[in-house]
Design a protein around this ligand. Structure first.
Ligand SMILES: Cc1cc2nc3c(=O)[nH]c(=O)nc-3n(C[C@H](O)[C@H](O)[C@H](O)COP(=O)(O)O)c2cc1C
Length: 232
């Protein structure tokens, strides 16, 4: 493949990939899941420590987790749920970050028909996170506590590569930091020790392409907002 073809292929995958928030019930063949994981296993990491520890559910294991997580969050008082994350959530979003965050939320809520000031409807939509957006599979990504933020950064690269690998195989996915709001519960459910920190989850499966929740695309800032070129 020429370098132009390779760049075109990568561009096309990155342009086509979107966070998938509605799924078909059909299970993804195990061989397809393994293929995506083998691609993502090439992720670069600091000192090549490869800190991503991954638990994947299918079938009844996904249904058990979906029921248990959504019950837990509902019983804990959603939407007044006190987050129990291993990593601090941002204290606030200032300036351009707040603007991008709001624009993204509005694009999402406009597409699914939620009025901008309807907090009950947006809380109920956000609750879909804890029902894994109806996905037939779930992937939990944890990192050793001893590696701190460096392990989490490497896991972030891994998450990005998993999602692109899935896209290349026709599988939809969504990264979910929301899962990390219930880190202690999630660790308990999967029997994972305190020496592992919950980075995020990825729900995945074949996309329901006609669903309203998958009817919109989120844009990106122009390079000039993120990049400074220096040559002197
Ligand atoms: C690490 C990470 C965590 C995310 N967590 C959530 C989440 O908890 N719930 C959700 O609906 N979307 C989540 N997203 C999806 C982002 O909102 C989405 O990637 C962003 O708005 C850009 O849209 P796109 O993925 O469709 O291009 C997450 C994305 C990343 C990379």
């Amino acid at each position: 493949m020429s370098s132009q073809d390779a760049a075109d292929t990568l561009t096309s995958l990155l342009m086509k990939r979107r966070s998938c928030r509605a799924y078909l019930a059909e299970q993804v063949p195990h061989a397809t899941i393994v293929r995506a994981l083998e691609i993502a296993q090439r992720t670069a990491s600091w000192c090549n420590v490869q800190p991503w520890n991954v638990t994947i559910t299918s079938g009844a294991a996904t249904e058990r987790f979906r029921e248990a997580l959504s019950d837990h969050v509902a019983q804990a008082g959603w939407p007044n749920y006190a987050p129990d994350g291993d990593f601090d959530f941002p204290g606030r979003y200032d300036g351009i970050y707040n603007q991008r965050r709001k624009e993204t939320a509005w694009t999402y809520y406009d597409a699914v028909g939620i009025a901008r000031d309807d907090r009950a409807a947006s809380a109920s939509q956000t609750f879909e996170n804890f029902r894994l957006f109806g996905a037939p599979h779930f992937m939990l990504i944890t990192t050793p506590a001893s590696l701190g933020v460096y392990g989490a950064v490497d896991c972030g690269s891994y998450v990005a590569n998993v999602m692109v690998a899935f896209e290349s195989l026709g599988v939809g996915s969504i990264a979910q930091a929301a899962i990390a709001m219930a880190s202690g519960f999630v660790r308990g459910h999967f029997g994972i020790g305190d020496d592992q920190l919950v980075v995020c989850g990825i729900s995945f499966g074949f996309p329901d392409r006609d669903h309203l929740f998958n009817s919109f695309a989120i844009g990106r800032a122009p390079l000039t907002e993120n990049v400074t070129f220096l040559d002197k």
